[in-house]
Design a protein around this ligand. Structure first.
Ligand code: HEM
Ligand code: HEM
Length: 301
């Protein structure tokens, strides 16, 4: 049985990571990425004067260090106390991801914000947050209670749908990061929003219509649906605030506020779709047609 303290620690870790995504978004939106020219130290010290944009850049590094330490704590705790080998391995994977993320962050500074590195840093941040949310689910009491299996006939299977929706949302985040770091225009991201939102609607409506009496599936589907709608609203608000303040001295707080909220809710959108996919794989029986290609023997009728 997983300790309730391990779960509380995972929830804290996940919250701190979301706060770190907000802190990172503030660096980009305030154009503060190069306000500290060196790395790993800041102006040759551990604590430079927190003036002007240094507040955002060095503040982001401080929050990142805290999350790095929390990740070392999580990987070590899982290694010592967790029975499930795959979950211990996930802890090590999270540690590798946070180290890679720190190195990418350092490279953005040392190489003057190269677009591919900034985009990679933005995308890995989103994946890392989803990993922390998944670990919080795997260590929860509801997970320990075991699955309540249901059937979901029909093709394509709910499992494939769930994976496709998470993949579409991830691609949509990558298009958002490419627009934000000026590698692409905004149009691919707006078209991507239609596809990603369509996938979310299709998946969640199917789950809600067929499995409304299944607590875990209903709750996860409602979370994805409501977070995605909020995200679309924030995207439109981020775009409109850019147009409305185009002639004003930049960055305008209203534009920064909507954009950073859009970046952080992007992390929540991906994480909630990953959680829904995990719940579908846990609670919905795999259709026979899904299992045959991976070599599972299926009795003939
Ligand atoms: C360890 C975990 C870290 C996470 C999860 C993280 C997350 C983020 C996020 C979400 C952004 C905003 C991306 C965007 O809005 O497109 C960002 C920006 C940034 N981060 Fe990090 N970061 C981490 C570590 C670091 C470290 C150690 C540095 C070291 C210097 C760093 C430097 C930067 C810089 C310079 C930017 C602005 C990039 C730009 O404007 O192009 N980050 N970070
Ligand atoms: C499911 C729908 C959507 C998702 C998941 C999503 C996600 C994101 C993410 C994560 C970013 C920042 C990427 C980063 O650098 O970390 C972003 C940027 C952006 N998104 Fe969206 N978005 C969605 C829909 C929309 C819509 C409908 C609009 C409306 C026009 C929009 C407008 C923008 C704008 C303007 C930016 C760039 C902000 C900048 O240049 O600083 N998004 N999106």
């Amino acid at each position: 049985m997983t300790s309730p303290w391990l779960h509380r620690y995972a929830v804290l870790w996940s919250f701190c990571t979301l706060f770190l995504v907000v802190a990172g978004g503030l660096v980009t939106s305030n154009d503060a990425g190069l306000s500290v020219p060196d790395w790993p130290l800041s102006y040759g010290s551990l604590m430079p004067p927190m003036e002007g944009n240094i507040f955002y850049e060095h503040g982001h590094r401080m929050v990142a260090t805290t999350v790095g330490l929390l990740t070392i704590g999580m990987a070590s705790w899982l290694a010592r106390a967790e029975q499930r080998r795959w979950l211990r391995n996930l802890g090590w994977l999270a540690l590798a991801a946070v180290i890679a993320q720190g190195v990418l962050g350092g490279m953005t500074v040392l190489f003057m914000l190269p677009k591919p590195v900034s985009i990679g840093h933005a995308c890995l941040a989103q994946l890392f947050f989803s990993t922390t949310a998944a670990v919080a689910l795997f260590t929860s009491r509801s997970w320990a209670r075991g699955p309540r299996m249901v059937d979901d006939p029909g093709a394509p299977s709910l499992h494939w749908f769930a994976l496709a929706a998470s993949a579409c949302i991830f691609l949509q985040l990558a298009l958002g990061a490419s627009a934000r770091h000026k590698a692409l225009g905004i149009l691919p991201h707006v078209i991507g929003a239609l596809v990603a939102t369509g996938m979310v609607l299709w998946l969640t409506v199917r789950v809600l219509m067929r499995h409304a009496d299944h607590h875990a599936l209903r709750r996860s589907a409602l979370a994805v649906l409501s977070i995605t709608f909020l995200q679309v609203f924030l995207g439109i608000a981020a775009y409109m605030s850019r147009l409305a303040t185009a002639d004003a001295p930049q960055p305008m707080p209203v534009m920064v506020g909507f954009t950073v909220a859009h970046v952080a809710t992007g992390a929540l959108t991906l994480a909630s779709s990953v959680i829904l996919a995990i719940q579908i794989f846990r609670h919905v029986r795999r259709p026979l047609a899904d299992l045959q290609p991976i070599g599972v023997a299926v009795p003939s009728a």
